[in-house]
Design a protein around this ligand. Sequence first.
Ligand SMILES: Nc1ncnc2c1ncn2[C@@H]1O[C@H](COP(=O)(O)OP(=O)(O)O)[C@@H](O)[C@H]1O
Ligand SMILES: [Mg+2]
Length: 341
Amino acid sequence: MTVTANPPRMAFGAAPPGTAGPAAAARLAELPEVEAIVPSPPAQQASVDEVLAATAVTDVLGRLDAELVALAPVKQRIREIAALLVIDRLRSQVGLASERPSLHMSFTGNPGTGKTTVALRMAEILHRLGYLESGHLVTVTRDDLVGQYVGHTAPKTKEALARARGGVLFIDEAYYLHRPESERDYGQEAIEILLQVMEAERDRVVVIFAGYADRMNDFFRSNPGMGSRVAHHIDFPDYSDGELMAIAGLMLGAAGYRLAADAVPTLREYVARRRGQPRFANARSIRNAIDRARLRQAGRLFDRGGVLDRSDLETIEPADLLASRVLAAGGGPDPGTAKEG
Ligand SMILES: Nc1ncnc2c1ncn2[C@@H]1O[C@H](COP(=O)(O)OP(=O)(O)O)[C@@H](O)[C@H]1O
Ligand SMILES: [Mg+2]
C-alpha cells in the first residue's frame, strides 16, 4: 500500500492570498490531516511529568498516602506498579516494545486490614494510567461464581467476568472456590474459566484474589496455574494499636467528630482490649466502635436536651466509649456471644 502525502493543510484552513474563495476554503477543509496518514517517526524523548499531569495519577497516589494510615509496603508496591505503567507508556512513545504487563494480584491479610479499600484505589489507578477502560470494581465470593447444579457454574462465572470487564474482579475469600473435600465440586469449573479469561483477556479485566494469607497459600499450592498467573502478591499486615488510634483519628475527622482529651486514653484501652476478643477485625472494628460511640453521643445529647453548641455536637466523651461492652467491668464478654460495641 502506498500512502500519498497531501500538501500540508493551511493553519486553521485559511486560504492562501490570491486563491481565496469559499469553494477553495471548503476543499481545503476536506483534506485529511497529514499527520493522520504519515506516521511520524518515534520521538527520541518522553516526559514522565507529562504523563503524570495527563493522568493525575500523582493525585491518587497522594490521596492513598494521606487517607490510609500505615501500609507502607502496600503503598510502595502500588507506586511500583504505577511506575511500571507510566514507563511503559513512555517506552511506547519512543517506539520501544511495550507489552502490557499482567496485573492479576492477590491481597492477603486478616479482616479489616484494608484489602477492599486498596483494591478500589488500585482500580482507579489502573484506569487513569490507561490500563483499564473503566476502573470499576466488582466484588464477588464463591456463591456469585459457583452454581449448585450442573450447568449453572459457567454462566455465573462468565456473567461476573462480563460485569467486571474493563475493571477489576475482586474475589473475596477466593480459596473457597477450591473444595478438595467435596467430590463433585463445581468450583473447579469456575477456576478453569477464570484461568482462561485471565490469560486471554488480561488487558481487559484484572482479577484480585483476597483473603487470609495461609488459606490463600494453600489455594495457590493446589492450583499452581492460578498462582503463576498472579503477578503481584501483596500482604496486608495487622495494624498496631498506635496505627488503629491513628485510623480512629482519621475516621472521626472525616465524619466531623473529635475525641475529648480525656477520651483518648479510653479509646486506647478499648483498642488494646478489643484486639484480644473474638471477631476482632482491625480497622473495621474501629469503624464499628466509632459508629456506636456516635450513637451513644447522640443519645446522651438528646437526653440532655436544651441548647447544644458546636463543641457538644462534635465531641466524643469518655462516657460514649465506656458504655461499650468491650470496656464493661469484669473484663471481656463471653466469647460465644461477644459483639463489637
Ligand atoms: N490503613 C487504613 N487507614 C484508614 N482506614 C482504613 C485503613 N485500612 C482500612 N481502613 C478502613 O477500615 C475499614 C475496613 O477496611 P477494608 O478495606 O474493608 O478491609 P478488608 O477488605 O481487608 O477486610 C474500611 O472502612 C476502611 O476504610
Ligand atoms: Mg474486604
